[in-house]
Design a protein around this ligand. Structure first.
Ligand code: SAM
Length: 432
């Protein structure tokens, strides 16, 4: 489902209303809402008004979605201006990306402002809302950073049954209007390839939804079968583009080559790829983060980038994470989102829960103003949520305004998503 910026009617003529959009006046078809009056507030898809809303709610949405004022670049130094200009015609070099990741003060604000303009220019005022269902917290891996790691014997484990998972997904689509769902678990071989396919098929039989699987490295055959069963995408982070750091973080089980082998065949199978990395891992450098950005540019149809949060009962539990470090990771996450938006004007960039957890109340708004364009709401049944403890104190925010006004009832929003995803898939045919 998508949330759009509301408009206030300044004039009416027959079946048309006129709203002010920035400094221009836009003509809107109001045939679905014939009783509108001047000064009423509406939500629209393109030029079609689809819902009238109260002034109070309109202001709340505007407050959430409206970016900060455009920053005048003439005040900002020449190197910054040159890089921003270059980002409109070519990919940035690693050196230029490092420069952007190191900026602070007015330059940093200008970077966010430019990314926000790029989002608005290319994606209009649509913020898409997706859902994630975490159906099992069992994991056979021992990634040093992750609370689900096998050796964490203190974590209470759960598995949702096929029916429970299907029911949760179908409810999210039919009752709340979600159009894209991520089904995530630890790497859990309790679910056979056939079971995963059964879940996908049953959901697809009951409703129209894009399914992204996030179940780890399960090999080519499994991904082939899941694609045939109806999964459209995968969420699989490469975690870091630095092979040495990857090795340190995964001393057993996982290896860097296999992760990219998976991404390669996932792409060849035609999956929509959501991938990315962790920010602020012990031993990680700004150069590594710049490489991560270039790696995402190469592989991702959708970005997934968020801060590393040290987690109890893991070998990295005591990694430094005071307020200053936490804030550094949040700001770095925002800068990475902004640079990614400049490099990939139409890509889907969700605000991830780890960023919301680290940044608190304002994280969502800050990320949207730095170029992010979608949100991922947690739809895991409440009784399981506390146990999907990748990290502690996971953030859940009141989702009311979003779910109330997401334009979910309309076939248009499914069609729009389909068009955008197809376009994104067609653009990305580079195999590594
Ligand atoms: N099994 C699937 C996989 O391996 O892709 C999905 C589950 S895995 C727990 C999902 C993601 O959680 C990982 O890709 C990782 O980036 C993130 N994650 C794990 N531990 C984290 C931590 N301490 N802080 C932030 N993110 C973390």
């Amino acid at each position: 489902m998508c949330l759009t910026l509301p408009g206030q009617i300044i004039n009416l003529k027959k079946n048309a209303a006129f709203i002010k959009n920035n400094e221009t006046v836009q003509k809107i078809n109001i045939s679905l809402l014939p009783n509108l009056q001047i000064n009423d507030w509406i939500l629209r898809i393109n030029n079609l008004a689809i819902k009238q809303i109260s002034q109070k709610d309109a202001q709340e949405i505007i407050e959430l979605l409206e970016g900060q004022k455009k920053i005048n670049l003439s005040q900002i130094n020449a190197r910054f201006r040159k890089i921003i200009k270059a980002s409109n015609v070519r990919c940035l070099t690693k050196k230029e990306i490092i420069y952007l990741l190191n900026i602070e003060g007015p330059e940093k604000e200008a970077l966010f402002s430019e990314a926000n303009i790029a989002r608005k220019t290319n994606l209009k005022d649509f913020i898409c809302i997706h859902g994630i269902i975490e159906f099992s917290n069992f994991c056979q891996n021992d990634c040093l950073y992750c609370g689900l790691r096998k050796q964490n014997r203190k974590l209470k484990r759960y598995r949702m049954s096929v029916d429970e998972t299907v029911k949760t997904a179908v409810k999210a689509v039919k009752e709340k209007g979600y159009k894209l769902l991520v089904l995530q678990s630890g790497e859990d071989s309790f679910y056979t390839d056939e079971t995963l396919c059964e879940i996908i098929k049953k959901i697809k039989e009951k409703c129209k939804v894009f399914i992204l699987m996030s179940v780890g490295e399960r090999g080519y055959e499994c991904y082939k079968k899941m694609k045939q069963a109806g999964a459209l995408g995968v969420l699989s982070r490469f975690e870091t583009s630095n092979p040495k750091l990857f090795k340190k973080l995964h001393p057993t089980g996982k290896n860097f080559k296999n992760r990219f082998k998976h991404l390669k065949f996932m792409k060849e199978l035609g999956y929509f790829i959501a991938t990315g990395s962790l920010i602020g891992l012990p031993g990680q450098t700004i150069e590594d983060l710049a490489d991560d950005i270039l790696m995402m540019k190469k592989w991702a149809n959708m970005i997934s980038v968020g801060p590393f949060i040290p987690t109890a009962e893991t070998p990295l539990a005591l990694a430094p994470n005071n307020a200053k470090i936490k804030n550094w990771k949040v700001e770095m996450n925002l800068k990475m989102i902004a640079v990614l938006r400049l490099l990939m004007k139409e890509v889907r960039i969700p605000v991830v829960t780890a960023l919301e957890t680290s940044a608190g109340e304002d994280g969502r708004k800050k990320a949207l103003r730095a170029g992010a364009n979608s949100l991922m709401f947690n739809l895991t049944p409440a009784k399981y949520r506390p146990f999907y403890k990748i990290y502690g104190n996971k953030f859940y925010q009141k989702e009311n305004i979003w779910e109330k006004y997401g334009l979910f009832k309309y076939e248009e929003s499914y069609k729009m998503l389909e068009q955008k995803m197809t376009k994104e898939l067609e653009k990305k045919n580079i195999y590594a």
